[in-house]
Design a protein around this ligand. Structure first.
Ligand code: ADP
Ligand code: TMP
Ligand code: MG
Length: 229
C-alpha cells in the first residue's frame, strides 16, 4: 500500500478554506483534516492569545517563529498519517506563515499602523523572504497546494469577519499581494490558483475536485514524502 497525499488549502481570511477543506476531507474518505494555527497545542495557545488579545505583545520575529514552531509540533503526526495511508488536508500552512509576515513589513510602513498588526518600526527580517522561509525548511511539502483567490470587494461582504488581529480590510489587501508574490505557482506545478470569485460553495468544490483529479492526489502514491528545502 502506498502513502496518502498531503493537500493544502491556502487563501485569504474568509475565502472559503475551512468550508472547502472539510468537504475535501469528506470526499477523500480515509483522511485527516488539520488546521494551522492549531490553537490546542502548547504553542498554539500562545498564538491564540496573540490573535485574540490586541494588548498581548510579541515582536514580529517571535510571532513568526511561533507559527512555524506550531507546524513543527505536528510534523511527526503528519508523516505518520501519510505513511498509514491517510490523505492529510491542511487548512493553511507555510504560505500563510510567509505571506502574513511579509505583509506586516509593508503594513509597518503605512501611516495607519498603530503597532497592533505589526511593529511600528518595520522589522528588517519581515521583508526578507529567505529569512521567513528558513524555520519551515524540512517540514513535509504538500503534494498539492490550492490557493483560493477572491475579489477583495466580494471578500469584504463575506460573513464571519471578527476582531482578530489581522482582520482588517486594508491589511488583507497587502496579504493578497504578498501571497501572489511568494506562491511561485508559475514554476511549481504543485501550486494552483483557484479563482472563487462569483462562485457558490458547490461550484468551488467542483473546481477543486477537478484539480485534485487532474493532479491524481486522490490516489495513494509510492513517491516519497518531499521535504521543504
Ligand atoms: P476561511 O476558512 O477561508 O476563513 P470559511 O470557509 O470559514 O473561510 O468561509 C467564510 C464565510 O464565507 C462562511 O460564512 C462561509 O459559509 C462563507 N462561504 C464560504 N464559501 C463561500 C462561497 N463560495 N460563496 C459564498 N459564501 C461562502
Ligand atoms: P485562521 O483565521 O485561519 O484561524 O488563522 C488565524 C490567523 O493567523 C490568520 O489571520 C492568518 C494568521 N497566520 C499567520 O499569520 N501565520 C501563519 O503561519 C498561519 C498558519 C496563520
Ligand atoms: Mg477558516
Amino acid at each position: 500500500m502506498g502513502r496518502g497525499q498531503l493537500i493544502l488549502i491556502e487563501g485569504l481570511d474568509r475565502s472559503g478554506k475551512s468550508t472547502q477543506s472539510a468537504i475535501l476531507a469528506e470526499k477523500l474518505g480515509k483522511s485527516k483534516l488539520l488546521k494551522f494555527p492549531d490553537r490546542s497545542t502548547s504553542v498554539g495557545k500562545i498564538i491564540n492569545e496573540y490573535l485574540t488579545n490586541s494588548s498581548f505583545q510579541l515582536s514580529d520575529q517571535t510571532a513568526h517563529l511561533l507559527f512555524s514552531a506550531n507546524r513543527w509540533e505536528l510534523n511527526n503526526e503528519i508523516i505518520e498519517l501519510l505513511n498509514d495511508g491517510y490523505f492529510v488536508i491542511l487548512d493553511r500552512y507555510i504560505y500563510s506563515g510567509i505571506a502574513y509576515s511579509l505583509a506586516k513589513y509593508e503594513y509597518s510602513k503605512t501611516a495607519n499602523n498603530s503597532g497592533v498588526i505589526a511593529s511600528t518600526t518595520a522589522s528588517e527580517q519581515m521583508g526578507d523572504v529567505e529569512w521567513l522561509y528558513g524555520p519551515d525548511k524540512g517540514l513535509p511539502k504538500p503534494d498539492l497546494t490550492l490557493f483560493l483567490t477572491l475579489d477583495l470587494v466580494e471578500l469584504g461582504k463575506r460573513k464571519g469577519w471578527g476582531n482578530e488581529r489581522y482582520e482588517l480590510e486594508e491589511f488583507q489587501k497587502i496579504v493578497k499581494s504578498s501571497f501572489l508574490r511568494i506562491l511561485n505557482h508559475e514554476e511549481d506545478e504543485t501550486v494552483e490558483l483557484v479563482d472563487v470569485s462569483g462562485k457558490n460553495i458547490e461550484e468551488v468544490t467542483a473546481l477543486i475536485w477537478e484539480v485534485v483529479e487532474e493532479k491524481k492526489v486522490n490516489q495513494t502514491t509510492e513517491r516519497q514524502i518531499e521535504k521543504l528545502s
